[in-house]
Design a protein. Structure first.
Length: 309
């Protein structure tokens, strides 16, 4: 399938029927997963991407639509420049890693963190396919607030929903999706400040960090005090349920971003231009109350934000 977008190889009637399903990608995923095919390569807007056919989320959307998180991707393409330094935390198969590497060019540099062995393998494959190995360094590690070994829950159908299982907190008390029944592996955890001490020049800024770690964001940012001083843009999600299941409170996340950035913008669900809609960070508390209402602390709603220094 090299050089062809997978969606062009699926007939129009099949794709139209497929769009009517509750899960966007049930039909093609089920059809191919029932065969001996375990991995595919698709041509997307930002390059070639190989993905695991069992993953109903990131890989299939890239293959069928040619893009992942289009609003965020387009924003990143407006601010990241040649020679920049950027960080991808929760890199998955590498959509943002590849996009960023293409933008920063040979004079720039990307750090990518992905603890899951299968995802990390796909990340390395996609770096190789897109010939950006010279400007990317990967770590098969989780990021947290201290160096340790942690349990890591695996999702069978959404490879972007693997999560750290925090030992200090009985997550079953707030669990809504039976995550405690998931299979678990052990992964290494490190801190971002520790890594950046070896990879960041004394006065060099981090142009952008993308952070998507299913509730671990508070722990990651607590291990990145020095790094936060140098980050110009943070692209991340706010997921109260995930944060609470990790043993933290949504207010912990809010406090960190308010003390580290001066403005924020909500990323629209559809591809809309929102770059001029940054608001003062002092309004973030009120925004959250309006956005999430009385369910702010327990909501399962996920909202993506961009924070600006």
């Amino acid at each position: 399938m090299m050089g062809k977008t997978l969606k062009k190889l699926i007939s129009t009637p099949f794709r139209n029927m497929h769009k009517q399903q509750a899960n966007d990608f049930d039909l093609p995923q089920a059809t191919i997963s029932s065969s001996h095919v375990k991995q595919l390569i698709a041509q997307a807007n930002e390059g070639l991407f190989t993905f695991d056919v069992r993953d109903k989320a990131v890989g299939w959307r890239i293959a069928l639509e040619g893009v992942w998180e289009e609003s965020e991707t387009n924003f990143i393409k407006t601010i990241v420049r040649e020679g920049d330094f950027a960080i991808d935390v929760g890199a998955n198969l590498g959509w943002y890693t590849i996009t960023l590497a293409n933008l920063v060019g040979k004079d720039g540099f990307i750090l990518a963190f992905e603890p899951n062995p299968r995802n990390h393998h796909l990340l390395l494959e996609n770096i190789r396919l897109n010939q950006v190995g010279n400007q990317v360094r990967t770590y098969q590690s989780a990021l947290l607030d201290s160096k340790s070994t942690v349990s890591f829950e695996l999702s069978e159908s959404n490879f972007g929903d693997h999560r750290v299982r925090f030992r200090h907190f009985n997550s079953k008390e707030v669990e809504k999706y039976n995550e405690s029944s998931r299979s678990v592996i052990t992964v290494e955890a490190i801190t971002l400040d520790e890594i950046l001490a070896d990879n960041l020049e004394k006065n060099k800024v981090v142009r952008l960090m993308k952070l998507d770690c299913q509730g671990s964001e508070v722990a990651i940012l607590r291990g990145a005090h020095k790094t936060l001083e140098k980050i110009e843009y943070l692209v991340t999600e706010y997921w109260p349920y995930g944060i609470r299941r990790a043993g933290y409170e949504p207010s912990n996340f809010i406090q960190i971003v308010k003390s580290s950035f001066t403005s924020f913008a909500e990323v629209p669900k559809r591809n809309e231009v929102f770059y001029s809609n940054f608001k003062p960070i002092s309004e973030f508390d009120a925004h959250i109350k309006t956005e999430f209402g009385a369910d702010e602390k327990t909501s399962t709603k996920v909202t993506d934000y961009i924070f600006r220094k």
